[in-house]
Design a protein around this ligand. Structure first.
Ligand code: F3S
Length: 65
């Protein structure tokens, strides 16, 4: 699994780094920055899916490759 954040869509709602602190952090303006090494470690896959489901802007994209 890999993570991509669409920076054009991210509005800084912050759910990603609250729900998945192992994978995301806030930049200085509160926008999402992925922190995970790619590909995502299997033990963090649930966090990644939770962040994807809860982003109100659908800015987080997960792929299998
Ligand atoms: Fe941005 Fe969505 Fe996170 S809007 S800060 S990617 S919850």
């Amino acid at each position: 699994m890999r993570i991509r954040v669409d920076t054009e869509l991210c509005q800084g709602h912050g759910r990603c780094y609250v729900l998945a602190p192992g994978l995301f952090e806030a930049d200085d303006d509160g926008y999402c920055q992925p922190t995970a090494e790619r590909p995502v470690a299997p033990e963090l896959a649930d966090q990644a899916r939770r962040a994807e489901r809860n982003c109100p802007e659908d800015a987080i994209l997960l792929t299998d490759t």
